[in-house]
Design a protein around this ligand. Structure first.
Ligand SMILES: Nc1ncnc2c1ncn2[C@@H]1O[C@H](COP(=O)(O)OP(=O)(O)OP(=O)(O)O)[C@@H](O)[C@H]1O
Ligand SMILES: [Mg+2]
Length: 411
């Protein structure tokens, strides 16, 4: 029997969802590039994962972090930066916690004791420290010194990686705070030190440190403008797109066969199944949006109590979710600057084969196609909402469905 208590769907939570879909290239990048290369002492950039709201940025890095934790790595909790807040304080606090986990020998080594004290001051005073401390070092240097020290301890253990995840990076609105933070992280990633190799000789290695930054696409502008080339050299940025239908189908397949295991009344094990038609109906409605995928699944689960989720359950559940699905897309559109929004709306008003730059620019009231240049570039590479081409197409399928059809209403 299915009840709200045993639903595996989790719309709106950024813990790792039980029903996981896709993101295979990102998982693979972590498993076979970032982690092994940093463990081996090879240079590998930090990762910045951006995307519109609800695309699964936080969930993705949480998943990587939980895989890392299971392997014994030292991970910070997901550090969510509140809007306008000083990011140096929570980062310093998290690093102190990692230092404790790493067992840095403050009691034995004077050097480490005073380093921890410096970072404690940053955790308490944050950025204001850099104003006061004309004589002392800037906060970033305390942070990066501690990251390196934890990294050295991890390297000594051999197979332990230090993972730092900072979320909601677009909320770091103070330029000075952002530079201090990016310099501290970037320097730690780039740092190389000499080690002795067995059999004699010395070589340079990086320390086993990985950094993931996540946030809305605006962060690319903020970091780009302020830190320019240095940031781009030290972090590799990707923009998340919708999840492919095939990946969603694979995620729902365990419901179709053999059925999703649940514990029923009196704790008896059972399985909740889904018809292939119900699976397809969920995929059709969610347009590749992870948040809407969880929402459609949850509502279908709640729409009945039987062991079989049917197409009718999905339809009935979705009707109760339409309002939320619509606000999800409206929020994304409302965040767009006027010109980008006009462009997207004009594009959606044309038939798919007519979506060519000149036609769209005309429909959006932009005099020459050239005028649309920066607008289309941002919508494409930075936000992942459209794809330039001949014709232009939508990458954000929920935005397209909302603007060009009756969606979220489904016939
Ligand atoms: N790969 C995935 N497979 C299935 N569901 C996912 C996946 N990634 C995220 N989700 C679900 O999508 C929803 C949004 O995820 P998440 O909060 O991570 O997005 P976000 O990009 O961090 O959003 P925001 O910009 O609002 O912080 C959550 O309900 C989460 O469970
Ligand atoms: Mg998030």
């Amino acid at each position: 029997m299915r009840t709200p208590l045993n639903s595996p769907f989790s719309p709106g939570s950024d813990s790792v969802p039980e029903v996981w879909a896709g993101r295979l290239t990102h998982l693979d990048d972590w498993r076979s590039v970032v982690r092994p290369r940093r463990l081996a002492g090879l240079p590998e950039r930090g990762r910045t994962i951006l995307g519109e709201a609800g695309l699964g940025k936080s969930s993705l890095v949480r998943r990587l972090a939980s895989e890392a934790a299971a392997l014994g790595d030292w991970i910070t909790p997901q550090l969510r930066i509140p809007l306008g807040a000083d990011p140096l304080k929570p980062v310093a606090a998290a690093l102190l916690e990692l230092a404790r986990q790493a067992g840095l020998p403050a009691s034995r080594e004077q050097r480490i004791g005073s380093l921890l004290e410096r970072v404690e001051t940053v955790a308490a005073a944050g950025l204001s420290l850099s104003m006061r401390a004309k004589d002392g070092p800037e906060p970033y240097s305390a942070l990066s010194d501690l990251i390196l020290e934890i990294g050295r301890e991890a390297a000594r253990r051999g197979d332990v990686l230090v993972m730092i995840h900072i979320d909601e990076m677009q909320n770091v609105t103070r330029g000075d705070a952002l530079s201090q933070l990016l310099i501290a992280l970037g320097d730690s990633l780039a740092h190389e030190e000499e080690v002795e190799v067995p059999g004699g000789g010395r070589l340079l290695r990086t320390l086993p440190i990985a950094v993931y930054l996540t946030g809305l696409p605006e962060f690319a502008d903020m970091a780009g403008a302020r830190k320019g080339a240095t940031f781009a050299r030290r972090f590799q940025t990707t923009t998340l797109a919708a999840i492919a239908d095939d990946d969603l189908a694979a995620a729902l397949q365990p419901f179709v066969l053999p059925g999703w295991p649940v514990s029923g009344p009196a704790g008896l094990p059972g399985r909740v199944r889904m018809t292939p038609q119900a699976r397809d109906a969920i995929i059709e409605r969610c347009c590749g949006e992870p948040f809407l995928f969880q929402l459609a699944g949850e509502r279908a689960w709640y729409a009945g109590t039987g062991d079989l989720i049917t197409r009718e359950d999905v339809a009935e559940g979705w009707r109760s979710a339409e309002g939320e699905a619509e606000s999800h897309v409206v929020r994304i559109l409302e965040r767009l600057p006027a010109r980008e929004r006009e462009f997207v709306e004009a594009m959606a008003s044309l038939a798919p084969q007519e979506r060519r730059l000149t036609r769209i620019a005309e429909a959006a009231g932009l005099s020459a196609a050239a005028k649309a240049g920066p607008t289309t570039q941002r919508l494409d590479t930075q936000r992942g909402i459209i794809r330039r081409g001949s014709p232009y197409t939508f990458r954000h399928r929920a935005v397209e469905a909302y603007l060009a059809t009756d969606w979220p209403a489904v016939a």
